[in-house]
Design a protein around this ligand. Structure first.
Ligand SMILES: Nc1ncnc2c1ncn2[C@@H]1O[C@H](COP(=O)(O)OP(=O)(O)O)[C@@H](O)[C@H]1O
Ligand SMILES: CC(=O)N[C@@H](CCC(=O)OP(=O)(O)O)C(=O)O
Length: 299
């Protein structure tokens, strides 16, 4: 090696940057909605990685919009307060007290924590919930559950569990235009004036659809959607997802996750990606390199 030969490791770094160039050009000015699940919020190092990724996206001209969950954190708080909680098809049955606690955890502690991480990474973030500036209007969900005895679905009352029926994107758009990363908690006011707890995947999907996002990322605690053998399925479409649901391959929290992906891509989002949020910078590799990560859902 002469003095003029670059170090191989440095060269590889430069190559990574040039490999990113077409993606940087393609995505500049586009909006990416990132759903940050409660299970994906690992230790402080992972939290810092996530915040750095958001700040990096913003720095290269992409508009990240974060919608976060916090299911495990709500569960821990309910347990501390001695309140029982149960899920039906991945949705938490939410009575009035649970709705208050969910709002406290989601729009209070978690929302502000994420804002602090982004701030520590050098970005500017504003933490809001679906309640702010009429961002999301919710409607009560009619819950359904399989009746194992009769082999049919029956209605269940999920309480104050809502789904978005209207999204007013103006607040998000003005924050993005001002160089700010919006961080959104999945709580909204219903048409009836009550506070509704909304599954964070559903909330994020509705926002991604309304914003016409280029990409919708769902960061969770699995590599993506796994088949019955536990192997990663890298590409899915709505028809295949319907099959996976009916043959029982997907269950629990993966049900609302895939439903929301289908709704988002059918509403015009280019692609949704479910990936492991605990893998350091996995989202950056997915966006800026040829290497894919997780499960890509397209029409
Ligand atoms: N086929 C499947 N592939 C991957 N995960 C699945 C599947 N079926 C059910 N799951 C469950 O879905 C979970 C992800 O949903 P959830 O717990 O709601 O995550 P998050 O809190 O990130 O939204 C996984 O950890 C796994 O337990
Ligand atoms: C109705 C409903 O189930 N709401 C969720 C909201 C939080 C959430 O979805 O958080 P994750 O993304 O971390 O699962 C809940 O109460 O747990």
């Amino acid at each position: 090696m002469t003095n003029h030969d670059p170090d191989a490791a440095l060269l590889a770094k430069a190559e990574t940057l040039t490999e990113a160039l077409p993606y940087l050009q393609r995505y500049a000015g586009k909006t990416f909605v990132v759903k940050y699940g409660g299970h994906a919020m690992g230790d402080p190092e992972r939290q810092r990685d996530f915040a750095e990724d958001m700040v990096l996206l913003k720095a290269v001209g992409i508009n990240p919009v974060v919608v976060h969950g916090g299911g495990p954190q709500i569960g821990a708080m309910l347990k501390r307060l001695g309140v029982e909680s149960q899920f039906v098809n991945g949705l938490r049955v939410t009575d009035r007290e649970t709705a208050q606690i969910a709002e406290m955890v989601l729009a209070g502690s978690i929302n502000k924590e994420i804002v602090s991480w982004i701030s520590a990474a050098g970005g500017r973030a504003v933490g809001i919930s679906g309640k702010d500036a009429g961002l999301v209007i919710a409607e009560k969900i009619q819950g359904r559950e399989a009746d194992p005895l009769k082999g049919i679905e029956r209605h269940v009352d999920l309480g104050f569990v809502g789904e978005p029926v209207a999204v007013d994107p103006r607040l998000i758009e003005s924050l993005c235009a001002d160089g700010i990363i919006p961080v959104i908690a999945p709580v909204a006011i219903g048409l009836d004036g009550h506070t509704y707890n909304i599954n964070a995947d559903t909330m994020a999907g509705a926002i991604a659809a309304r914003l016409g996002a280029s990409r919708f990322f769902l960061l969770t605690d699995v590599a993506g959607v796994l088949d019955k053998q536990g192997e990663l399925m890298t590409d899915l479409n709505p028809a295949r997802i319907a099959e996976l649901r009916s043959d029982g391959t997907i269950s629990g929290g993966m049900i609302p996750k895939l439903e929301t992906c289908v709704n988002a891509v059918e509403a015009g989002v280019d692609a949704a990606v479910i990936l492991d949020g605990r893998v350091p910078h996995g989202m950056l590799l997915e966006i800026f390199t040829k290497q894919g990560a997780g499960t890509l859902v397209r029409r």
